[in-house]
Write a protein that binds this ligand. Structure first.
Ligand SMILES: Cc1cc2nc3c(=O)[nH]c(=O)nc-3n(C[C@H](O)[C@H](O)[C@H](O)COP(=O)(O)O)c2cc1C
Length: 363
């Protein structure tokens, strides 16, 4: 039996299998003010084809909860009601192809305002459509200008922005919201002592550094329907230090386990266990560099966890799920290479592929 292709039930939502599309920025939005943040025809074909390829859940790329929360001017954003309709097309197409439409809500914080990676990804100034970034404190992300430190009042507004965007995502037809608290984005930069030097209630102890994330969870849960799941993407480690005796260094797996427990108590249904992103740091070369940490969070937090990172072999993906290391897997680059990876993996594992009706009758 291929557990990878068994449905997963979270709250009242049934996700048809456990092979999911990981959020990946495509830098394909038009930055013109009247079109900014809105999905284009590129996004429609990109996401609909992964849904048709058999992914059980298709997670849209990091979508800015505010204009300054996009990593680049070419990102998706849901900071205004006018943007809802353009997202409805995507949710409808993903659903029609048999997958669950999901959206990652994000604020890129200190890492925002950059150019597209294939053009070098350099920070952009205001003449180049860029903006001044914001962060927990004045420390900059390596190679970027220093951010402006958010005031307590602005933190409150930012928390509300996540809830407002989640409300818009629901109206557009999405069935899962994921809060992006990984990869050096704003929420992760609050969590980690390596980037958070605040002296107020949002800095210092683990409880204080986690406060903004828990407030975002509460605010989103307050508007997100009881019967639909909420995901949280975390960096299980910064790869800076795992020394828990010195909590001024980095974000550790132990911190991730505690955060996951708190998140579960507040209504998060699944942890998406990624890693890194706070500063360039050496990452182990092993295949399970990240999935092993996700498995640790799963066994010690007792929350469902999805694993991600370097998964490109159907047998191994199946093993991660069947051995209880993960409840599901997210695929990133493997799905860029092959939009039909999930259907091909189903065939290889002796499970049933999920072809869309337009193909199914002919095959
Ligand atoms: C082109 C690209 C864009 C990405 N954008 C995002 C993003 O928007 N949000 C996010 O949380 N992770 C992002 N990631 C990370 C992926 O979701 C995934 O976690 C990572 O690529 C590891 O999985 P893989 O080895 O299967 O590619 C991105 C990765 C790639 C390659």
């Amino acid at each position: 039996m291929a557990e990878l292709f068994e449905p997963l039930e979270l709250r009242k939502l049934t996700i048809p299998n456990r092979v999911w599309m990981s959020p990946m920025c495509t830098y394909a939005a038009d930055p013109a003010p009247s079109l900014a943040g809105r999905p284009t025809d590129f996004h429609l074909s990109h996401y609909a084809s992964r849904a048709a390829g058999g992914a059980g859940l298709v997670m849209l790329e990091a979508t800015g909860v505010r204009a300054d929360g996009r990593i680049s001017p070419f990102d998706l954003g849901l900071w205004s009601d006018d943007q809802i309709e353009s997202f409805t097309r995507l949710a409808t197409a993903i659903t029609a192809a048999g997958a669950v439409p999901a959206i990652q809500l994000a604020h890129a914080g200190r890492k925002a305002s950059i150019d597209r990676p294939w053009l070098g990804g350099a920070p952009l100034n205001e003449d180049q459509l860029g903006w001044t970034t914001v962060g927990p404190s004045l420390d900059s992300f390596p190679g970027h200008p220093a951010p402006r430190e958010l005031t307590v009042e602005e933190i409150g507004e930012l928390v509300q922005s996540f809830a407002d965007s989640a409300r818009r995502a629901l109206l557009a037809g999405f069935q899962v919201v994921e809060i992006h608290a990984a990869h050096g984005y704003l929420l992760h930069s609050f969590l980690s002592p390596a980037s958070n030097r605040r002296q107020d209630q949002y800095g210092g102890s683990l409880e204080n550094r986690a406060r903004i994330v828990l407030e975002v969870i509460d605010a989103v849960r307050a508007i997100w329907p009881e019967d639909l799941p909420l995901f949280l993407r975390i960096s299980t480690t910064d790869w800076i230090s795992e020394d828990d005796s010195n909590d001024r260094q980095g974000w550790t797996v132990t911190d991730s386990i505690q955060l996951s427990r708190w998140a579960g108590e507040r209504g998060v249904d699944l942890i998406d266990g990624s890693s890194g992103g706070l500063e360039p740091a050496p990452i182990p070369h092993t295949r399970d560099y990240q999935t092993a940490l996700a498995a640790q969070v799963r066994s010690e937090s007792a929350l469902p966890v999805a694993a991600v990172g370097r998964i490109d072999d159907p047998q191994w993906a199946q093993e991660l799920v069947s051995s209880g290391q993960a409840d599901a897997i997210f695929l990133g680059r493997a799905l860029l290479r092959d939009a039909s990876w999930p259907n091909n993996a189903a065939v290889a594992l002796g499970a049933s592929p999920r072809f869309i009706v337009q193909y199914d009758y002919a095959l």
